[in-house]
Design a protein around this ligand. Structure first.
Ligand code: KIV
Ligand code: ZN
Length: 501
């Protein structure tokens, strides 16, 4: 059986896409969860690209113990040096370097000839190998490259020490059949191919990323690069949960397996959603809200008689809790903690104390706390040292009057209060917060609200995205009062903004 490595690039290819940026604390949480999920390699960033990326690669390299950590580099000495420097503390460091091999990229982007690309590949792989034994080389835009030339580049990379050679479908152009043939061709043609693992890295521009990845596995590729929830450049990368579940559910066909603990998939997907606030479509495969819902009468009848009539995998297999239990104000700390454990949340005492207090506050306003409410409570982390906290607010709004809001915030023990008018109560509240914090000007790129469960007393979860120059900062707020969750979300983003300003 082909043991396929899962190389997760959520923190690099995923994070670099619009609206998906994360701060260091958020990246560390994602990295820890990826480790629990069982990925083989975490690509933690592109060390040379910024001070922030360097720091996150370095910290993740020092934090993660059960999988390799990679940093991306162009085929340049200074990039490789930065990756090496950032990865030094890792138990299993991997330097990942890339150079384009397609005629289009070589002519217009690199302005290099085939001979120069071949030479640079050999030289830079050999240079990286002096630092680190685990070297991955990516032939960027491989699927639009001349096959014979690509084969020569792959051979050169391997003979100079690459242990993994990645064949990216950089622009999401290829088809499953082509990908299968390309991998088969390389395995037949490249004389030293057995000395390295062939890898796939597919983008989803034509909705083919997962299909192309698993097709490559069918031809013997040993690594798939993917991201949680499929986030990534443009239309995204192959989604981790989809490739893993495709290989698992159709093991009879692919004859391949991964090390992933699939029962951690749902939590991982939720964690990322909670951090970046990028919603998952209801009909998204595996982790969408409706992925296991059977609506039509015929389907429901079939599933009730025998699940396998319409279910090819179980919700339990990806860790979706099914025996829903409702907690309420009479539930004690023990019930709270054990339900969280059943849902897969192993929290430390400090976190349990903090979330139990929040749970009790919510119980005063909401009769029943469902599993999804609980999940919203424990995933509502601030990921920042709060400079400002909300004390009180009061709004006045209606049709026919302009909205106003009085907000009182606490800043290091000091109470600060402001009032503002606005186009509606939320606008007024945000203006009042701005007056108090005097934070740098941002634009509100996104405001989204949804309820965590059904019923009139549901918790309202608000996600805001603020643009500050090139950066997008995500804030989350949770409350039974939607104005309060709106202010909390905004304040969360403002606290993040002032923390790195
Ligand atoms: O899409 C791509 O080709 C990449 C490489 C850097 C691996 O992200
Ligand atoms: Zn990519």
């Amino acid at each position: 059986m082909n043991q396929v490595k899962i190389f997760d690039t959520t923190l690099r290819d995923g994070e670099q896409s619009p609206g998906c940026s994360m701060n260091l604390a958020e990246k560390i949480d994602v990295a820890r969860q990826l480790e629990i999920l069982g990925v083989d390699i975490i690509e933690a960033g592109f060390a040379v690209s910024s001070k922030g990326d360097f720091e996150s690669v370095k910290t993740i390299a020092q934090t993660v113990k059960n999988c390799a950590v990679a940093s991306l580099s162009r085929a340049l000495e200074k990039d490789i040096d930065a990756s090496y420097e950032a990865l030094k503390g890792a138990i299993a460091p991997r330097i990942h370097l890339f150079l384009a091999t397609s005629p289009i990229h070589m002519k217009y982007k690199l302005r290099m000839t085939e001979a120069e690309v071949l030479e640079r590949t050999a030289k830079m792989v050999a240079y990286a190998k002096k630092h680190c034994s685990d070297i991955e080389f990516s032939a960027e835009d491989a699927t639009r490259s001349e096959r014979e030339f690509l084969a020569r580049v792959v051979e050169a990379a391997i003979s100079n020490g690459a242990t993994t050679v990645n064949i990216p479908d950089t622009v999401g152009y290829t088809t499953p059949m082509e990908m299968r043939e390309l991998i088969a061709y390389l395995r037949e043609t490249v004389p030293n191919v057995e000395r390295a693992v062939l890898s796939l890295h597919c983008h989803d521009d034509l909705g083919m990323a997962v299909a192309n990845s698993v097709a490559g596995v069918k031809a013997g590729a040993g690594q798939i690069e993917c991201t949680v929830n499929g986030i990534g450049e443009r239309a995204g990368n192959a989604s981790l949960e989809e490739v893993v579940m495709a290989l698992r559910t159709r093991q009879d066909f692919y004859d391949a397996t991964t090390r992933i603990d699939t029962t951690q998939i749902y939590r991982t997907s939720k964690l990322l959603y909670n951090i970046i606030g990028q919603s998952i479509p209801n009909n998204k495969s595996i982790v969408g809200k409706n992925a296991f819902a059977h609506e039509s009468g015929i389907h429901q009848h079939g599933v009730l008689a025998e699940k396998s009539t319409y279910e090819i995998m179980t919700p339990e297999s990806i860790g979706i809790p099914t025996n829903t239990m409702v907690l309420g104000k009479h539930s004690g700390r023990h019930a709270f903690e054990s339900r969280l454990l059943e849902l897969g949340y192993q929290l430390g005492k400090e976190d349990i104390d903090k979330f139990f207090t929040k749970f009790k506050e919510i119980c005063d306003k909401k009769k029943e706390i469902t599993d999804s409410d609980l999940e919203a409570i424990v995933t509502n982390r601030e990921y920042v040292e709060n400079l400002y906290t909300l004390e009180t607010f009061a709004v006045n709004s209606g049709n026919g009057v302009s909205a106003s809001c009085v907000v009182r915030l606490k800043k290091q023990g000091e109470l600060l209060e402001e009032v503002a008018l606005g186009d509606g109560p939320i606008d007024a509240a945000y203006k009042a917060v701005d007056k108090i914090t005097n934070a740098p000007a941002t634009t509100l790129e996104k405001y989204a609200i949804h309820s965590t469960s059904d019923g009139k007393d549901s918790l309202g979860e608000v996600i805001v995205k603020l643009r500050y120059g090139e950066q997008i900062i995500t804030g989350r707020g949770l409350s039974t009062d939607i104005i309060e969750s709106s202010i909390l979300a905004y304040l969360n983003a403002v606290n993040k903004l002032v923390s790195f300003k």
